[in-house]
Structures are given as C-alpha cells and as structure tokens.
Design a protein around this ligand. Structure first.
Ligand code: ATP
Ligand code: MG
Length: 217
C-alpha cells in the first residue's frame, strides 16, 4: 500500500482511536529493525519500560540479546511538564545520535502535544520538534489518538500536516451484521505513489496484518 514501505529518514504518523493497534504497529516496526541489525529507540509516554519489554516478550520475541544495547526503551512521564519538554526537545536528538538509532517510535505523541496550553504554542513547538527530527538519520513513527469528535483527525489536528506519511486506523461498524472490523488507509505519503484504498486489517499476537487482497464494503 505504501509502494515498498516507509521511506528511510521520513517522519510518519499513525493515527487511530484506542485499541486500533498503534502500539502493536510501533513495536512491530522496531522489532523488524532489530532483526536486520538496526539500533532502535522506543519512547513511551504511556507505559513503563518494563511493560514495553513484557509486551514484546509476550509477542514471542526474544529481546534478550538486544535489550539495553540496540533496543533502547525510554519511559517519559508527561506529567512533569518541563522534564518532558526538555527530554523531547533536547535529549531525544542527542540520544538518537549517541545510539545511532535508525528507527524511533514515540507512542503516543498526542500526550506530548497535550502539554501545551494554547494551539499557537503547540504548533510552534511541534514544528520545531519535527524540524529537529528531520536532521536525524532515522525513520520516525509518531502515534496519535484521534480527535474526540473526528475519527479522521489526530487529537490536535497538527501532525498530519507535519508528517511525511499519515496512516489512519479505524473501527468500522456494520450495523446490519452486528460486528466491528478494523480498516487502514494511507492518507498521505510524500514522495510516493501510495495506494488510496481502504483495507481491512487484523491485530494478531505478534503483528498487524493488512489484508490487501480483501475489499471493504
Ligand atoms: N495477543 C493478541 N492477539 C490478538 N489481538 C490482540 C492481542 N493483544 C492485543 N490485541 C488487540 O490489540 C488491541 C490493542 O492494541 P494496541 O495496544 O496496539 O492498540 P493502541 O492503538 O495502542 O491502543 P491505545 O490507544 O489504548 O494505546 C486490543 O484491544 C486487542 O483487540
Ligand atoms: Mg497504545
């Protein structure tokens, strides 16, 4: 659907409501990086480090050889405003360079965006952050929850403008059939002739699997 995958060095947004598989997607992305010998960083604004390691182990992945070496997990507590801002603004770029990370996941960036009091400050800070990230030699995934009233928009309707790629994860309800299914679409992808189709996907134990051969009705 993306014409070969995320573009190396690009900044990508995964937008979806709760439980649509954003974390699973992010973890799968860093795991695949580890398997090809890349160094990866996972910034968690929601869960503690040990929980992230446990999630990965529960997926059946043996992270022992990578833990603390090529796999760096950092818990960032968004309740400490100045610490969180300083960590994302100053320490993250330094950490990426120090580790030599090729893949970075920030899950979810929406908790960071929540820290700012006004839209103007949020916009300025996020612009600056994305600009700083562009100078890094790594591929970045930022996840975001959706807006409460708009399932097509990220919480602050900002990262879709800043990111190179936007992937939207959604629940679709079929009232007549009394079930819910998940759909994925590549809404935007700079420098790529990506698919415009909406495809069903499922969250499996160890991966997000998109059924590109199936059609959504
Ligand atoms: N072992 C599993 N096998 C199949 N599906 C699973 C498994 N574990 C979790 N899921 C599904 O994945 C969903 C959670 O996925 P994930 O945590 O990646 O979503 P998320 O978008 O990050 O959610 P949140 O916004 O709450 O952080 C669960 O609601 C469940 O439907
Ligand atoms: Mg999550």
């Amino acid at each position: 659907m993306m014409g070969g995958g995320l573009i190396p060095g690009s900044i990508n947004a995964i937008v979806g409501t709760y439980g649509t598989g954003k974390t699973t997607f992010g973890l799968q992305f860093i795991w695949e990086g580890l398997l090809i010998g890349e160094k990866v960083i996972y910034i968690s604004l929601e869960e503690r480090e040990d929980r992230i390691y446990t999630y990965m182990e529960e997926k059946g992945w043996d992270i022992t050889p990578y833990k603390g070496k090529s796999l760096i997990v950092v818990r960032l507590d968004p309740s400490d405003f100045s610490l969180a801002i300083n960590s994302i603004r100053n320490e993250l770029p330094a950490l990426i360079r120090q580790v030599g990370a090729r893949r970075v996941v920030i899950d979810p960036i929406s908790l960071f965006e929540d820290l700012f009091d006004t839209d103007a400050v949020r916009r300025r800070e996020m612009l600056r952050f994305v600009e700083d990230m562009r100078d890094q030699e790594c591929t970045i995934i930022m996840t975001s929850e959706t807006d409460k009233s708009d399932p097509y928009s990220s919480r602050h309707n900002l990262i879709e403008y800043l990111a190179d790629t936007v992937i939207l994860l959604r629940y679709d309800r079929r009232e007549d059939r009394n079930d819910v299914y998940l759909t994925l679409e590549v809404v935007k992808m700079r420098r790529s002739a990506h698919s415009r189709e909406i495809k069903p996907y499922e969250i499996q134990k160890d991966r997000v699997l998109v059924h590109t051969d199936a059609t959504v009705f």
